[in-house]
Design a protein around this ligand. Structure first.
Ligand SMILES: Nc1ncnc2c1ncn2[C@@H]1O[C@H](COP(=O)(O)OP(=O)(O)O)[C@@H](O)[C@H]1O
Ligand SMILES: [Mg+2]
Length: 283
């Protein structure tokens, strides 16, 4: 099922290409050849258990971590070849919704959303205020601009984070666990917003999640990461029909199967200490 991703600059409709990404921390390999393509207008979901390398993959693609191997192209530009100035230009074309939401608590909702516009555009303050209201309206928070993050719920904070992520009208938005810690109703609202951005504005999304319901609802393509490798890559139907028992166990959320619940104490301690050279599934 793993469609081969060529080791060459992608055609224009592929907004993002990862080819053989390798990342090591202190000699420990956490990404071991991760490849996928993301087409313009598509939602790609990256899923997998805790610690499999989902956030690291995102952090590489948004320029927060350096690659130890492999190549990635964002909007046709190879990121490891981009100068700081070139990467800053790329950065204006994508938005990021971090796991924590990462709002500034001392600033109002409106000021949080206005921040990227003030930092990265020369727009007049009046225009910025109009844009802030438009973005808040898009996430269903009309009239909330004067509140502080402490005065709104966790789900609303996520939506403010999303309004801020789309402030500069990005072509692509990265989400890291957008519904972590949210109740199912609120997390369904976030799913709807991701689909809205796609359907109404053609925004491409790369979404890390381990919520299977949400993954299958929003995805055009899915990547299943396991111990730093792509175990499955395809459409939701292809993933659903995967004959890989690890993938099946994960999407069904079953406790029994090839994904180990427990590992040996030594491997566990070594992993904690960050120098496990043995893959957990070999024990
Ligand atoms: N900055 C870092 N330094 C050392 N190890 C890290 C760092 N970031 C992530 N890791 C390790 O890399 C592995 C993958 O982490 P991560 O990408 O955050 O996983 P996921 O998001 O899938 O839960 C984990 O074992 C994690 O402990
Ligand atoms: Mg993570």
């Amino acid at each position: 099922m793993n469609a081969p991703v060529p080791n060459e600059p992608p055609p224009e409709d592929i907004i993002l290409r990862a080819h053989g990404l390798v990342k090591e921390f202190d000699g420990r390999r956490v990404l071991d050849g991760v490849s996928f393509d993301v087409k313009r207008g598509e939602v790609l979901v990256i899923m997998g258990g805790s610690g499999c390398g989902k956030s690291t993959t995102l952090r590489i693609l948004i320029g927060l971590e350096k690659l130890n191997g492999g190549r990635a192209w964002l909007f046709g530009k190879e990121i490891s070849q981009a100068s700081e100035k070139e990467f800053n230009a790329l950065r204006r074309r994508f938005g990021v919704l971090f796991q924590s939401g990462a709002l500034f608590n001392s600033m109002t909702v409106g000021e949080n959303v206005a921040l990227p516009l003030q930092q990265h555009s020369d727009l007049d303050e009046n225009i910025i205020q109009i844009m802030v209201r438009m973005k808040l309206e898009m996430v269903g928070l009309t009239g909330f601009e004067h509140l502080k993050p402490s005065e709104i719920s966790g789900g609303m904070k996520k939506r403010v984070g999303l309004a801020r992520a789309i402030a500069l009208d990005p072509e692509l938005v990265f989400y890291d666990e957008p519904s972590a810690g949210l109740d199912p109703v609120v997390s369904a609202v976030i799913d709807e917003l991701i689909l809205d951005l796609k359907n109404k504005m053609g925004i491409t999304s790369v979404v890390v999640t381990h919520h299977m319901d949400s993954a299958f609802k929003i995805a055009d393509k899915m990547v299943y990461l396991y111990q730093g490798r792509v175990l499955a890559y395809g459409t939701p139907d292809e993933i659903r029909n995967s004959d890989d028992p690890i993938v099946q166990q994960f999407i069904r959320g079953e406790p029994d199967g090839p994904i180990p619940l427990k590992t040996s104490r030594d491997v566990y301690l070594q992993t904690l200490a960050g120098f496990a050279d043995e893959r957990i599934d070999k024990t």
